[in-house]
Structures are given as C-alpha cells and as structure tokens.
Design a protein around this ligand. Structure first.
Ligand code: ZN
Ligand code: ZN
Length: 425
C-alpha cells in the first residue's frame, strides 16, 4: 500500500518553499530590526510545561495535544505553541537576573490534534515574539507595531487590529464574579462547552464562536467597565502609543483571554477576506506566565502568528514574479567523456557563489539544452573538446540567445556581469 503523509500534515514542495523563504526572511528581518533575537527550543517538552504554561482548562491542553510516553515512561508532548517553551528557557538559563527586557523571536512547526479544515493542520507553523522583563505599556505597543509592520510588509490587505484589556489579578476576579452572576440565569441557553466553561472559566464563554452563545450573552457586562485604575491607565497608554505611531485599532470587548496569567493588553489581527477563521495572529501581556512555569515574578508580552494563514493573505509575493528557485548556469556536457571537466567547472562556478547544475543522465547535448530551458536556467555553458583545448567557453543567454566568449581563467569573474545583463533584458 502506498504510504501517504499523515492526516493534517502536508509537504511544502520546492515551488512553494520559495514563497515560505520569502515570508520567513521578512518575519526574521523585521523582528531583528525591532531588537528581537532568535531562540530555538525543542520540538517536544515535558507535558507538565504545557499544562502549566498553556493552562489545563484550555482546549489546546485538554483536547489537542500530541502526548506520549517515551521509553523511560516520561510524559512528553509535541509543542502545541511556542510561548511556554520560551518561558521555560528564560527561567532555565537564568535570564531574569541579566539584562532586561529579553526580546526573542521563534519560528517553526507546532502540533495540535485538531480537526483538519481549510488552512488548519495538525502540524502547522507559527512565528512569534516574546519580551520578558518589563511591564511598560510602550513594550506592549512595540510588540503590536512589530506585528502590524510584518502584516504590511507581506502585503496583507485590510488587516483589522482588535485590542482589549483583560485586567489584572486585582480587577479581574471582581469582573469574573459579575459575569458568573450574569450567566447564572441564562446558562441553559449556552452550548455544552460553555456550560462546562461557565463554572471553570466563565471568561471563555465570551469568546465562544457558537452563534447561539453569542446571542444569549449579547448584553454581558464588559471587562473594560471593571478595570482598576492601574489597568485603565496601562490600556490608555498602549492605545495612545499605537495612535502616535500610526496604527489603527478597534477596541473589542469580546476579545478576552481565559487564562489567569494573561494580564492587561490582548490583541488579534483579523483579515476579513479569510472567512470565518479570520484571525491570523494575536497575543498580549502575560505577567503571570513565568511564575506559573516555576520562575520568579517577571512580566512578559508577545504574539504568535499562524504562518499558513499569513501566507494565504500575503499578497505582495505575486508582485515579485521571481521564478521559484532559478538556476543561474547549466553546464552542457558535449560528450559524456567530459563529465569530469564538466563537474570541475560546475564546482568552480558554485564556489563563486553562483548557482550551477549539470547533466547526470547521459543526455545528448540537444536534450540537455531542452532540460536547461525547462528548469529555467538563465545561462548555459557548453563544454567539449574544443573548449577544453582552447581554454575558453561559450556562455549562452537562454532568454536573448546572446552568446559570450569567455576565457576560462576569467569565467567566474565575468559571470556576475553576464547574469546582470540578463536581468536588465
Ligand atoms: Zn487591574
Ligand atoms: Zn458556547
């Protein structure tokens, strides 16, 4: 039987990987410009990290994790997100006693046993940033500006930034109580998930995607009316910093984070054109996370974006019209006995930083020419008896059919100029 990729996974083939590399370059370069440096954490961690760092009551931990016992009976989980691992690394390497804030970015595959649907996979990719060690609302603003800058550079059309404040351990318990009192008489109108959430985590009822739930809680008390003076001020500062930096936003009372370690700012970027699952990224402040993961009481803020969904919305790539992964030079071996010299020439060109390839299938020169055309090689160089004897090569531009006679000794010096001419045409 033919073996296929597991359900919910997919291959990024070379013609698509060019677009991925384009996006990754923008993500990393932009984060770098904002002062974030890359961290790479393991793909799997102890299950307990996610139970603490993502929260046992979350859908991710309660339903969607890839958890298994390793051969020593340890409970291991493939990472479902990146923040908990960053918090763990921050604590494990003692960064809290160094220069703060620590600003990191990460990117890579994440794993969730979710029902696969359009744009959602069981192995998917996230890019994210985390800044640990400052409670300053301007740092919240920086993280949001970074996300919006990325969205702009990728050419995402009409992004909508939603923001809210989810309060703090001082004001949120009071709101939670208000919400429980509000939900109590209407709880039978809620979906079965929400009837469970109501007792454990009533805030999560607010962001239930179920329409009947949304209809039932239409008049729910608002978190923004319950914020303490500190949280109100923090939120004001984030909003005015965003405005001062030219970032439009929508205050969204339904944007809540159910977990206790989330504090103050919460945000999401929606792209209405993507349909029902319009959120491509989001984040917020999580002042309780590092402590929850067993470290000292250090504040943090960050975001994560879904790379598959972002790529769907990234419109600028089409404008570039670069052929995917082109080859600069293809060496045509006039007779198979010259394969040795052909390989040396190919190696010489590659060592000069120019992509080059040659024939390994004993094709006729004519068939090699066709092959070079199909892989969109920009130049071909023929190597045969005459070239080897006389010490020069004919370089042919595949688009213009112009030919250049180049001395063997100066070939690698001359190729960049010939390639440039090709680009100008
Ligand atoms: Zn507060
Ligand atoms: Zn519901």
């Amino acid at each position: 039987m033919q073996i296929k990729a597991p359900r919910g996974t997919y291959d990024i083939l070379p013609e698509q990987s060019a677009k991925w590399q384009w996006m990754e370059k923008i993500l990393k370069q932009t984060a770098y410009e904002f002062g974030y440096r890359e961290i790479r954490t393991p793909i799997f961690e102890h299950t307990e990290l996610f139970e603490r760092g993502v929260g046992e009551t979350s859908d991710i931990v309660s339903k969607e994790m890839y958890t298994f016992k390793d051969k020593a009976e340890r409970s291991i989980t493939l990472r479902p997100e990146g923040t908990a691992s960053c918090a763990r690394a921050f604590i494990e390497h003692g960064f809290y006693s160094g220069l703060l804030p620590v600003k990191w970015y990460y990117s890579g595959p994440m794993f969730r046993y979710d029902r696969p649907q359009t744009g959602r996979f069981r192995q998917f990719h996230q890019f994210g940033v985390e800044a640990f060690g400052s409670d300053n609302p301007f740092l919240d603003a920086e993280v949001i500006i970074l996300l919006m800058e990325i969205v702009k550079l990728l050419g995402v059309k009409e992004p909508e930034l939603h923001i809210n404040s989810v309060g703090c351990p001082v004001c949120r318990p009071m709101y939670r109580q208000l919400l429980i009192e509000y939900l109590e008489p209407i709880k039978t109108a809620l979906c079965s998930d929400c009837q469970l959430r109501y007792a454990v985590n009533p805030l999560r009822v607010i962001d239930c995607k179920n329409h009947s739930c949304q209809a039932a809680i239409k008049e729910h008390p608002l978190l923004s009316d319950s914020l303490c003076p500190d949280c109100t001020l923090h939120y004001q500062k984030v909003k005015s910093a965003l405005s001062a930096n030219g970032i439009d936003f929508i205050h969204d009372d339904n944007l809540v984070r159910g977990l206790d370690y989330y504090t103050n700012t919460a945000f999401e970027v929606h792209i209405p054109g993507l349909g029902a699952q319009s959120a491509v990224g989001g984040g917020g402040r999580y002042n309780g996370l590092v402590k929850e993961c067993g470290g000292p009481d250090v504040p943090g803020v960050g975001f994560a974006l879904g790379m598959e969904r972002m790529l769907l919305a990234a419109d600028l790539y089409q404008d570039q019209q670069e052929p995917a992964n082109p080859v600069d030079v293809f060496i045509i071996t006039m007779e198979s006995r010259f394969i040795d010299q052909a390989m040396q020439l190919t190696t010489q060109i590659r060592r000069a930083g120019i992509s080059a390839d040659m024939d390994y299938n004993d094709r006729s020169p004519r068939a090699q020419m066709k092959f070079a055309d199909k892989i969109k090689a920009r130049l071909v160089i023929m190597i045969g008896e005459e070239e080897i004897e006389k010490g020069y090569y004919l370089v042919r531009d595949m688009q213009t059919s112009n030919q250049y006679q180049v001395d063997r000794e100066t070939l690698t010096e001359n190729l960049p100029g010939i390639l440039l001419k090709n680009e100008e045409d």
